[in-house]
Design a protein around this ligand. Structure first.
Ligand code: ADP
Ligand code: ASP
Ligand code: MG
Length: 463
């Protein structure tokens, strides 16, 4: 079997969903499990409604939700012909709207929005879209079965960033999804959402439907996981930022992880983790073209050649540096700083050290001033906001002769705040003023891909 995940732009309207149905139908011999994201922007709108309610504006929140549900209803009308099918779907949709209204009232009265409540709001996006896709498949003659993720995606209770409990997920998928596949049905379920052992909805972080697909793929020992999105695969840079990008035909799990960790939105960074252990390849494909092979992410190639494959960026990061007031022992100082990062559950993007100073980049949404106050207990803290980072990713970059020369030549004139190189051998990251990021990205792309000849690794995107 395979897992096929379709992102928000792939579901954005009836025409896009018809395409999804055609793609799934073409893959029926491979026994797909289909994972669906919320339709484009729906999760943002659900979050906005939740915040509007928390500000005490229950009416405004319900209005926002009404517009979102009307958008789904419009898709139903455009996609489906069978009036009974439409009427049948409108029942749960009306019930969900009722539940959301109650949630809005509760939040507006308390003026309190916990991560748990936010997850409850967000869970409706994927439930709505996946029901529409399941109904569309059914109407086109595919035997589909809608499965609520609450039946199998058991997670911890870290709301907003929940992690799957893999043993339970595996056991439940065997019980819930496997028999459907054995009967020739196509299970259709939701990305992004899960449920605690006690049945409370959770989410696994924004953009995490890719991760849901890979959790299901790993749990069910899929042959492969397909991520269907709005680009032809992993490209040499974000096409929204750089012209003349090329498609990367193949990449290793680690390279894809680094690329997404350092900002490339095309895959959620956690996607690779469950698959790497079982060596299940991921394919990134374009849901608009259907042709082509996309990008294959699997084991690294054996040739060990140094090659830059793609460039990621983060438009907004903060550099925080800490220097101890007294030099009592470097290891004690480091322990103090890292214990704060641990308490705050901070994943520093890059870390750079001198004998006694630690600088790290942070791009999360935590309260940076409060973080700085805690770090002050361990030394003098400097916070530099308004920075951005550019990260080139590829194979065997550590020790690659002339690589840094090329990077620094391409970035001549850019004022660089921090450089990270060598830890994994898979990337070089340069931190600079945020305003310089677009230009730096274009210059590095020209340097590394301007005259790229490796047709075994790079290809021309279709659009
Ligand atoms: P989906 O809704 O299908 O999950 P996303 O918007 O999350 O889609 O991811 C696809 C987007 O990722 C592309 O439209 C593109 O702008 C962006 N992107 C960023 N970096 C890259 C890259 N290196 N290769 C391809 N796409 C990239
Ligand atoms: N719908 C969720 C989001 O927008 C998850 C996803 O699309 O991957 O973050
Ligand atoms: Mg995505």
């Amino acid at each position: 079997m395979i897992v096929m995940k379709f992102g928000g732009t792939s579901n954005k309207d009836a025409a896009a969903i018809s395409n999804v149905i055609r793609i799934v139908t073409a893959h029926l011999p491979l026994c797909p499990v289909v994972v669906i994201s919320a339709i484009a922007k729906a999760t943002n709108e659900l979050e906005q409604a939740a915040r509007t309610a928390a500000a005490g504006d229950a009416e405004g929140a319900v209005q926002l939700l009404g517009t979102l549900f009307a958008r789904h209803d419009g898709i139903l009308e455009d996609l489906l012909r069978d009036r009974n099918r439409i009427a049948t779907l409108r029942e749960p949709f009306a019930a969900w709207f009722g539940e959301l209204r109650q949630l809005v009232q509760g939040v507006a009265i308390l003026r309190e929005l916990t991560p748990r409540t936010m997850d409850a709001f967000c869970s409706y996006g994927e439930r709505l879209s996946s029901r529409i896709v399941a109904a569309g498949l059914e109407e086109s003659g595919v035997k589909s079965a809608w499965i609520d993720a609450r039946e199998f995606m058991i997670t911890d209770d870290n709301f907003g960033l929940a992690r799957p409990l893999m043993e339970e997920v595996t056991e439940r998928l065997e019980r819930v999804a496997r028999p459907l596949i054995d009967r020739g049905q196509v299970p259709v379920t939701q990305g992004f959402i899960g449920v605690t052992r006690t049945g409370v909805y959770t989410t696994m972080g924004r953009e995490s439907s890719d991760y849901s697909a890979s959790i299901i793929g790993a749990a069910m020992n899929a042959e492969r996981v397909q991520i269907w999105t709005d680009v032809d695969g992993i490209l040499t840079a974000d096409p929204r930022m750089v012209n003349d990008v090329r498609k990367v035909k193949r990449m290793s799990f680690e390279e894809a992880f680094e690329l997404s960790y350092f900002g490339a939105k095309v895959l959620h960074p956690s996607t690779m983790l469950p698959l790497l252990e079982k060596n299940i390849p991921v394919e990134i494909r374009n849901s608009r073209t259907r042709e082509g092979t996309g990008t294959l992410v699997d084991l690294p190639s054996a040739d060990g050649a140094a090659l830059v494959k793609s460039i990621a960026f983060k438009p907004a990061v903060t550099v925080v540096s800490v220097s101890p007031r007294k030099r009592l022992g470097q290891y004690l100082f480091w322990e103090g700083v890292f214990s704060v990062l641990q308490r705050w559950e901070i994943n520093a993007g890059n870390v750079s050290t001198s004998e006694y100073t630690i600088a790290f980049t942070y791009d999360g949404s935590g309260d940076i001033d409060a973080l700085a106050r805690q770090l002050e207990e361990h030394g003098n803290v400097t916070v530099m906001g308004g920075k951005g980072s550019v990260c080139i990713v590829g194979s065997s970059l550590r020790g690659c002769t002339g690589l840094l020369n090329r990077v620094f030549n391409a970035l001549a004139g850019v004022s660089i705040s921090m450089v990270a190189y060598g830890a994994s051998g898979l990337n070089v990251t340069v931190v600079m003023d945020g305003a310089q990021v677009p230009d730096a990205l274009a210059r590095l792309h020209k340097e590394f891909f301007g005259a790229e000849e490796r047709s075994d690794v790079f290809g021309v995107p279709f659009n």
